[in-house]
Write a protein that binds this ligand. Structure first.
Ligand code: DGL
Length: 260
């Protein structure tokens, strides 16, 4: 089992931001990545729809022999991870908006969070936010429309710039000093975001922390890969596999279309 791959899924290419952190920290591990772009965005779907899609992705990763599953999607984590953990024995790692580090560091006592509607409306997020809301103000901003533009490769488009400015100006005027990226698609926008918010507002995303958590859980379960050769990576999209190539360097990677 140790030499089996780490399974990772997202509603599309967003989780590649997490995948990159995982293969950087654990270069020997093999991975299988599912980009469920056909069903993106998850952020506008009901909880039950998100659970059903997460089950479908999980079943496929288990069928492909994965030893652990990373839900590289805030929307799927906040809506479906409890269900997955209750119904499967394989270990799951999720990704949630990193409110805690922002809450501990903020000086203005105001932090902004940019995420999907599905994440911000979830019970898991509300509970997490409630833990900190006595001492700090958490300003929520739905990033509606950003994921479809990123999914279609329009990362440097005017349309994306207009949306991003609208959302970020809402947060800047509330005097936040930390911005939490609560969607795994958004780290691909960091260069544009920095141009808009400047360097007074710090950006926090969860990628590195998730990779460390993957390492810890693999260690705890005695699942770290034994062979010391460099890992290989299989990346599947059910819509447009070419888009994956725009976001990654291709060494040791096989990118394919798969109808799932
Ligand atoms: N990338 C996902 C997230 O982290 C989902 C985006 C979406 O499909 O709406 O929230």
């Amino acid at each position: 089992m140790q030499n089996n791959p780490i399974g990772i899924f997202d509603s599309g290419i967003g989780g590649l931001s997490i995948w990159k952190e995982i293969i950087t920290l654990l270069p020997n591990e093999n991975t299988i990545y599912l980009a469920d772009s056909k069903n993106a965005p998850y952020g506008q779907k009901t909880k039950q729809e998100i659970i059903d899609l997460s089950v479908k992705n999980t079943d496929l990763l288990i069928k492909k022999g994965c030893k652990i599953i990373v839900v590289a999607c805030n929307t799927a984590t906040t809506n479906a991870i409890d269900f997955l953990r209750k119904n499967y024995t394989i270990p799951f790692i999720g990704i949630e908006p990193a409110i805690k580090p922002a809450a501990l560091k903020t000086k203005t006592k105001k932090i902004g969070i940019l995420a999907t509607k599905g994440t911000l409306n979830s019970e898991l997020f509300s509970n997490q936010a409630a833990e900190f809301s006595e001492n700090i103000e958490i300003i929520e901003q739905i990033g509606e429309g950003l994921v479809p533009l990123i999914e279609s490769g329009k990362i440097n488009s005017i349309a994306l710039d207009i949306l991003l400015k609208k959302y970020l100006f809402n947060l800047i005027e509330k005097e936040i000093d930390y911005l939490v990226l609560g969607c795994s698609h958004y780290p691909f926008l960091i260069p544009q975001i920095k141009l808009i918010i400047g360097d007074k507002i710090k950006i926090i995303d969860s990628g590195e922390a998730v990779a460390k958590q993957v390492e810890n859980i693999l260690k705890q379960n005695n699942l770290l890969k034994i062979k010391t050769n460099l890992g290989n990576h299989k990346l599947f999209s059910n819509l447009n596999e070419q888009i994956i190539e725009q976001f990654i360097q291709k060494e040791n990677c096989k990118i394919n279309f798969l109808n799932f």
